[in-house]
Each structure stands twice: as structure tokens, then as C-alpha cells.
Design a binder for this molecule. Structure first.
Ligand code: FAD
Length: 283
């Protein structure tokens, strides 16, 4: 089992150190991809660890600037102390967002399991001001998401729309693939007509096709939004998108705490397991 995971990890994780991750980002940026760097970690349980994660993210933003790379990072708020104290978490996020302002970067807040959804949006709203380069992520599978999308758009907060990677109960989340796709497409349309620069994060060709068609039919410029995909997934599709003139950001995770990230993707949903396996063959 361990060797299978290590095999997956090499393809889907940019390395254990920042130096490795910067090399991967550089290669991707050179080939025309935008990137977002995720320093793997979550569920921090003490203030010192939350402060350390914060300092590391600030150092990452400065390192990206020094190498003249895309200064975009993705962060889980449980890494910044959300489980300890939302005020502490907001303070940490504010420090990272200030560093992003300094280097001309952007901070994307990942969305975690549903026990964190409201608290995550609350912290993002606390930190967002007119000039704060910070965005949120929304899971199309959650039934609450149409309200969340409307609320975030009202506050001018850029959104990354994804299906949702966490197992959630049928009382709060759509379970069927077709339902999730239907709701995803409805939210995508709402977002693309908002005038805010959002991210459409999926490897699902049905949704990607629907987004392209919707943008073309509604004269939404190709640089008015971006697609987003995970490193190592559907690499041919990734290349085709940028060759056709669409914007694509690659989510690049790195760091020593890669195991939870891999296990989540392999175990949380059966279809993700199939998704991973099928990609070994699709390339
Ligand atoms: P899939 O749903 O795996 O679909 C891919 C293909 O498989 C499609 O062709 C589809 O038709 C087919 N397929 C899949 N399942 C079925 C099925 N049951 N029946 C028939 N066909 C099927 N998640 C979070 O929770 N929080 C985040 O912050 C977050 N950030 C992300 C950032 C990026 C850049 C990306 C790309 C994903 C992120 N995710 C996040 C993960 C996301 O929520 C999904 O779990 C993951 O992307 C898989 O969904 P998909 O739409 O990419 O592809």
C-alpha cells in the first residue's frame, strides 16, 4: 500500500521542500500555466504551530517573488488555527494577505469539511477589505452553496468553485454525480455573469465544456475567469485548454505532510479512487 501511495505522491505532490516546489512552479509558469502553491498541512491544534504555518506561507510568497513566479497560494484555515480560535486564525490570515499585497500576490482559502464552512467564510469576510487579495472556495455538492455564492459575490469575493472532496451527509449535500454536476453548472453560470474574476476548478469535461459554451454565448472574455486543476491530473486536457487560449491554474501541493492529502483523494470518495486510477491510463 505504501509503495502505491508513494507512486501517486510523486505525480501529484511537487516535493517535500519549498525548493522542489519552486522548481515545479517555474516549469509550469514557463509553459503558460498559472499556479497556486499549497503547503500541505491542516488540523493544527496549538497556537505555535498555527503561527509557524503563517510564517511559512509569508516566506513562500517572498520566495515566489524572488524567483519572479506566480505569487498565488492556497491555504486551509485549520492550518492557521481555525479550530483553536477564529480570531487567531483571522489575525494569521491577515498577516499572509498583507504579505500578498507586498509582493503583488493572491491568497486562496481552500474549503474543508462542512463543520468548517461557516467559520471559514466568516474569517474570509473579516479579512476581506476593498484591497485584500483574498478569495474563497465553494463546494457545489453542498445544498447551502447557492446562498454562499450570492453572499460572497455581494462582498466582491472571488470564488473557486469545486465539487467538494469531503464525504458529507445526504441531509446537507447532493450525493449523485448528475445532481452535483447540475448544481455546479448553475453556480458556474451565476459566477461568470458576476463581473468578478472566479476560478472553475474541475477535471470534468462535461462542466468544462458547459463553461466554455456559456462564456462564448454570453461574450464573457477568456481572461475574465480561469479554469483550475490539480497537479498531475488530466495533463493532456490541461495542455489543450491553454493551447486553445483559456486560462488554467494548476494547484501545486508540496511538503512533508502529504499523506493526508493523498489519503483524502484516494479514500474519501470511491469515484476519486477510480478517477486517480483511470488517469494513470489516460495520461
Ligand atoms: P470528477 O468528479 O472526479 O469527474 C471527472 C470525470 O469522471 C468526469 O468525466 C466525470 O463525468 C466522471 N465521473 C466522476 N464520478 C462519476 C460518477 N459517479 N458517475 C459517472 N461519471 C463520473 N475540494 C474541496 O473540498 N475543497 C477545496 O478547496 C478544493 N480545491 C480544489 C482546487 C482545485 C484546483 C481542484 C481541481 C479541485 C479542488 N477540490 C477541492 C477537489 C474537488 O472538490 C473534487 O473533489 C475533485 O476536483 C474531483 O472532481 P472533478 O470535478 O475534478 O472530477
Amino acid at each position: 500500500m505504501m509503495s502505491i501511495i508513494t507512486f501517486f505522491a510523486r505525480r501529484w505532490i511537487a516535493g517535500l521542500t519549498l525548493a522542489h516546489a519552486l522548481d515545479v512552479v517555474e516549469q509550469l509558469n514557463r509553459r503558460g500555466f498559472f499556479t497556486t502553491l499549497d503547503h500541505l498541512g491542516e488540523d493544527v491544534t496549538n497556537k505555535e504551530e498555527a503561527d509557524t504555518s503563517t510564517d511559512q506561507y509569508i516566506a513562500i510568497l517572498h520566495a515566489l517573488k524572488e524567483r519572479n513566479l506566480d505569487r498565488n497560494v492556497s491555504i486551509k484555515l485549520t492550518q492557521l488555527g481555525l479550530a483553536i480560535d477564529p480570531e487567531l486564525c483571522a489575525k494569521n490570515l491577515r498577516r499572509i494577505v498583507s504579505a500578498a499585497v507586498e509582493v503583488g500576490g493572491f491568497v486562496r482559502v481552500d474549503i474543508e469539511g462542512s463543520q468548517w464552512t461557516t467559520k471559514t467564510f466568516d474569517v474570509v469576510k473579516m479579512v476581506k477589505t476593498n484591497v485584500a487579495p483574498v478569495g474563497a472556495a465553494v463546494q457545489a455538492m453542498l445544498m447551502r452553496s447557492p446562498d454562499d455564492v450570492a453572499n460572497l459575490i455581494d462582498r466582491d469575493i472571488p470564488i473557486r468553485l469545486c465539487k467538494g472532496a469531503y464525504k458529507e451527509s445526504s441531509t446537507i449535500a447532493h450525493q449523485k454525480h448528475a445532481d452535483i454536476v447540475k448544481h455546479y453548472i448553475a453556480l458556474m453560470k451565476r459566477m461568470l455573469t458576476s463581473g468578478i474574476y472566479h476560478g472553475i476548478a474541475t477535471h470534468d469535461e462535461e462542466i468544462i465544456g458547459a463553461a466554455k459554451r456559456f462564456a462564448e454565448e454570453n461574450h464573457i472574455a477568456r481572461d475574465a475567469f480561469e479554469f483550475q486543476m490539480l497537479m498531475g491530473m488530466r495533463r493532456k486536457l490541461q495542455k489543450n485548454l491553454i493551447d486553445d487560449g483559456w486560462r488554467l491554474r494548476i494547484y501545486v501541493p508540496f511538503g512533508k505532510r502529504w499523506l493526508p492529502y493523498m489519503l483524502r483523494r484516494l479514500h474519501e470518495k470511491r469515484e476519486n479512487m477510480w478517477f486517480f486510477i483511470s488517469h494513470l491510463f489516460k495520461g
